[in-house]
Write a protein that binds this ligand. Structure first.
Ligand code: NOJ
Length: 731
């Protein structure tokens, strides 16, 4: 029996490349909001009105070294804010981590937290105070351009990812920004679209990741560009004051998305605390002008805004800073001229996390005849086919904000992208890992199908690579305006797959994609023995893929979204309308497929392993002590997971709750998951805890979370459809 590495075990195995810089690692430094407020109140009490206004005012677009900069006040620096969710945007010699969607696919809390901490170390080493991430919008529409920055279609999974990232980021002295509040699920018309959703949907689906983020201590929340139920998000008293600050007790500050502020008086009175980037020109995207700064001071002097509100605004910003504050190096970063500090290498050993999470987020969709892991002894020749296996012919980082798409896809494009410090392509990764006795033949040309077929026919196993990209709306790539035009593969992908599969009856398809794709034209090809789904794995893509293909890591990634058989089965699509109503309510993703009994191609939570698992003895206990506190534990559960195969591996145990019928909820909803490493032939106990909120629904009349009465069912699943154990309980 070969011993397979767990993701964290892999970390230890990989070599250590330490390029650490001057700043110390100061994990776990964070202080409580109470302590932070005491310090902040003291500092702010010595400030004039103008000094208070300054800390919430952006210094103007492109008026500082960072993407966003505030104005300093006595004892408080001008804060530097920068994207973003995949690494430090527009910085050289810093890492490109796996994308947010891969954090979802890994179902791995530990690696996700470590990703947040490592990324934050790089921000801090370069002197950047605020990370503009994590992004936590929902994968409602499969074509949505920024889905890859987020964690998929389930709010509980997104919440878990967000929580871990925030703990990781803030433990390193960087303020995290949870974004975009709320309803920013498509790129089309994002500056004007009015997202209409009912109160229940808002709370139970789209707010949950923000709720968990706030509990995790997120210092900032970014309000979105769009309107929500008729009001711009950054002007919305209901969203910022009522929901965020009153209901969720958010103690940090609300920052506008770039040019998403629409007013001075209404904005600040509705709860906006910081305007970005603070454009002094009136020709910004929304025609904004300088909403805070002097306009805000004047508004206080006129009596339209109370000075108390401005004090509260400044205190929130300063408290968020004190909460995570550690001794910072000077700013050694320039977003507009990133060459200035290009030599400062902040990558430390971070490639270990990228490789480990890359491997842990590979989803194995199909593996007939156990073609994987590769049995090197019986292979003479491997063919690697498709541009998605190789480098970009233009070179590294040659196009704006990740919009190069000609080589292997490691990220999407837009503000969530960052430079690659180097790239291990799939072709490199496989070539390095294969025994010397194996010959590797390749073509990176997607269009010469004859040549592709020839190379494929001549190999024992043919790997064919294809991709699907998307991004933010300010860049159009291959005619895709941010949102994808369709769910087909890019650059002749379908034809390439068919040509290779026609030529070789041991074809392995590898897809790098921002989200679901339409597989209908090739899925039934009998020669396709395996389908490998690595998402967007960042700079170590080739190595993390090779770890799975050659069996150094036994795959445990799971789909964070549904892949439909027919793309018309999805409940919603990008809409060109200026009013987009979320008529499906909470029924997005698998909730919709479950409700209407639609069979997907691959369900949410799906993913194969090289071993097999069985579950046993699911047991639920209810906490009889009555409590109103939504974070209190209401029920606990345990079960045993047995590895019944011959190889060690990780199982992702998924806990779905079925509410009492009277509650009128989706058929099942993810409310817990555990990644557990079990050696072949062994058993492990897995525990779950469900809080009051996990078992509650949002009561729109009482405006609070309530636990419905009646019988609940807990389903322990290997995927959202492969349910292995059931238990009922009443609370
Ligand atoms: C707009 C994007 O929506 C947001 O996510 C990003 O942080 C800002 N631009 C700054 O780049």
């Amino acid at each position: 029996m070969r011993l397979f590495a767990s993701a964290t075990g892999l970390l230890a195995i990989l070599s250590v490349l330490n390029t650490a810089t001057a700043a110390p690692t100061n994990s776990g430094f964070e202080i409580s909001w109470e302590e932070a407020y005491a310090k902040a109140e003291k500092l702010v009490s010595g400030w004039t009105l103008e000094q208070k206004v300054n800390v919430g005012t952006g210094s103007g677009n492109e008026q500082g070294p960072c993407e966003g900069n505030t104005i300093a006040s006595p004892g408080f620096p001008a804060l530097c804010m920068n994207d973003g969710p995949t690494g430090l945007r527009r910085a050289y010699n810093s890492s490109q981590f796996v994308a947010g969607i891969n954090c979802g696919a890994s179902f791995d809390r530990e690696l996700t937290r470590q990703r947040g901490a490592y990324m934050a170390q790089e921000f801090r080493d370069k002197g950047v105070n605020v990370m503009l991430g994590p992004g936590m919008n929902m994968l409602r529409v499969p074509r949505g351009g920024r889905n890859w920055e987020f964690a998929g279609e389930d709010p509980y999974l997104a919440a878990a990812v967000s929580e871990e990232l925030i703990h990781g980021i803030q433990s390193e002295g960087v303020i995290a920004t949870t974004k975009h509040l709320i309803g920013n699920e498509q790129e089309e018309n994002r500056y004007d679209v009015d997202t209409i959703m009912d109160d229940k949907t808002l709370h139970e689906m789209y707010l949950i990741p923000f709720y968990h983020s706030i509990e995790a201590g997120s210092g900032a929340v970014m309000c979105s560009y769009n309107k929500v139920n008729g009001t711009y998000a950054c002007d919305s008293d209901n969203l910022m004051n009522n929901i965020l600050k009153d209901q969720l007790d958010f103690k940090g500050f609300v920052m506008s998305d770039w040019w998403a502020t629409h007013s001075t008086v209404n904005g600040i009175n509705s709860g906006l605390d910081m305007t970005m980037p603070g454009d002094a020109n009136a020709d910004s995207v929304t025609g904004g002008g300088l909403w805070f700064g002097k306009n805000l001071t004047d508004a206080v002097e006129r009596g339209d805004v109370s000075e108390d509100r401005v004090t509260d605004m400044a205190t929130r910003i300063v408290a968020a800073w004190y909460k995570v504050y550690i001794d910072y190096p000077e700013l050694r970063f320039n977003y507009f001229d990133s060459d200035v500090h290009a030599d400062l290498n902040v990558q430390r050993n971070h490639k270990e996390n990228i490789r480990a999470q890359g491997a842990a987020s590979v989803v194995l969709l199909k593996n007939e005849d156990n073609i994987l892991p590769l049995k090197q002894d019986s292979i003479n020749k491997l063919a690697i086919i498709g541009s998605d296996a190789g480098p970009d012919p233009e070179g590294l980082n040659k196009c704006q904000d990740g919009s190069c798409s000609r080589g292997t896809l490691t990220q999407g494009w837009g503000s969530g992208s960052c430079y690659l410090p180097y790239l291990v392509t799939p072709l490199d990764g496989i070539t390095d890992r294969a025994d010397d006795s194996i010959e590797i033949t390749s073509t990176l040309d997607d269009w010469d199908l004859e040549n592709a077929a020839k190379i494929a026919a001549d190999a024992d196993i043919a790997f064919v690579f294809a991709k699907s990209d998307s991004g933010e709306m300010y860049i159009v790539v291959d005619d895709n305006p941010g949102d994808r035009n369709n769910l087909t593969l890019w650059y002749n992908g379908e034809n390439l797959i068919k040509a290779v599969a026609d030529a070789n009856d041991n074809t392995v398809v590898v897809i790098h994609s921002v989200g679901p794709i339409d597989m209908s034209s090739w899925i039934d090809h009998p020669n396709i023995k395996a389908i490998v789904w690595p998402g967007l794995p960042g700079q170590e893509t080739g190595n993390s893929l090779a770890d799975v293909l050659f069996g150094d890591y036994n795959p445990s990634g799971r789909l964070p979204y549904t892949i439909a058989k027919d793309i018309n089965d999805y409940v919603a699509d990008v809409s060109p309308d200026l009013e987009v109503e979320y008529t499906e309510g909470v029924y997005i993703g698998y909730r919709h497929f479950d409700k209407y009994n639609i069979e997907p191609l691959y369900e949410f939570g799906y993913g194969l392993s090289y071993t097999t698992f069985e579950f046993d003895k699911l047991n639920v206990k209810v906490n009889k002590k009555k409590t109103e506190k939504v974070t209190a534990t209401l029920a606990t559960a345990s079960l045993f997971v047995e590895n019944t195969g011959h190889l060690d591996g990780n199982e992702i145990v998924q806990a779905y709750i079925v509410y009492p019928e009277s509650a009128d909820q989706p058929p099942k909803q993810l409310r817990g998951f555990e990644k557990v490493f079990v050696e072949a032939g062994k058993k492990k106990k897995v525990n779950f805890e469900f809080t009051v909120r996990d078992l509650s629904i949002w009561d729109v009349v009482q405006q609070k979370w309530v636990v419905p009465s009646g019988e609940f069912t807990l389903l322990a699943g290997h995927t959202s459809l492969d349910i292995r154990q059931k238990a009922t309980f009443t609370v």
